[in-house]
Design a protein around this ligand. Structure first.
Ligand SMILES: [Zn+2]
Length: 292
């Protein structure tokens, strides 16, 4: 091969060799430029730590469930129901006073007398307020009661006089099912005799004895509102005639009303004793309910 040709080939080879070296350098520079910097060996490498599983806290202990307890009811009491009141004046007396005034006076005095003997007593009204007939029996039926006594005064012919007591048997149909249930009987089964008749007889006898009033007896009036809609033994006492001259004077007399109250209380407590009730089963309480 001629030298010039050799030199030409050498120059070409040198040229391509230099070009290849330059391309390699450029490629390396471009490649390393995109690499992340090497970590310095002087800096400790912290390996990613695997998080420890978080311990599951024990389930909280649920609060103890209180054992179901029967609702606590106050002990049964006596309900005194002074008739009329408020916008319902009742009968008009010869002296221009209305029945509602005397019914409230006697009802309150009777409640005081019974409480003094240790009985718990509630009043359907304790002031000159209007209370519907239905509200009176609804109040009495809110919980078990020993009995209900409604206090009224009569009117009639001027010669009519005396004291009489009413009760209702059977009760209103909607109450008979409740009475059967309370007695543990199925509907239609004969109920034991109603205690209201015996309560009426006891009050009638004692009140007439205490006041010397004419005894007009006891009467069953199944449709009388308060007594027919009350679950407990219930009576209505017509304590005398506001239209009778002598009885009207008696009713205005506080000493006669005291005798009447003593007689009513005696008849009530006598029946309660016969029925096996005592004040110890109905402790007196300062928070006697007045309502409804
Ligand atoms: Zn009346």
């Amino acid at each position: 091969m001629p030298t010039s040709t050799l030199h030409a080939h050498s120059r070409v080879a040198l040229f391509f060799g230099a070009a290849a070296a330059l391309a390699l350098c450029l490629w390396q520079a471009a490649t390393f430029k995109n690499l992340p910097p090497l970590a310095s060996t002087s800096v400790p490498v912290s390996l990613p730590s695997t998080p420890l599983p978080t311990p599951i806290p024990p389930a909280p202990t649920p609060p103890p469930i209180p054992a179901p307890t029967a609702p606590t009811l106050p002990p049964p009491d006596i309900v005194i129901d002074p008739g009329h009141g408020g916008t319902d004046p009742g009968r008009l007396g010869k002296d221009g006073q209305h029945e509602k005034k005397w019914a409230l006076a006697v009802g309150q005095a009777l409640a005081t007398q019974l409480r003094a003997s240790g009985w718990k007593v509630s009043l359907t009204r304790d002031a000159d307020t209007t209370v519907s007939l239905l509200d009176r029996s609804t109040f009495a039926n809110q919980r078990p009661r020993l009995l209900l006594v409604s206090i009224h005064f009569n009117s009639g012919e001027s010669g009519a006089s005396g004291l009489e007591t009413y009760f209702s048997w059977p009760r209103q149909p909607e109450l008979m099912a409740k009475l059967h249930a309370a007695a543990g009987l199925s509907a239609g089964a004969p109920l034991p005799p109603d205690d209201s008749a015996a309560l009426a007889a006891s009050i009638q006898q004692a009140a007439c004895a205490a006041t010397g009033s004419r005894n007009r007896g006891t009467h069953n009036r199944p449709n009388l509102s308060v007594t027919s809609r009350t679950l407990a033994p219930a009576v209505l006492v017509e304590c005398g005639f506001l239209t009778h001259p002598d009885e009207a004077d008696n009713i205005r007399s506080s000493s006669w009303r005291t005798k009447l109250v003593q007689g009513l209380a005696s008849g009530i407590t006598s029946w309660l004793t016969t029925s096996g009730k005592s004040p110890s089963s109905s402790p007196p309480s300062p928070d006697n309910i007045s309502g409804p």
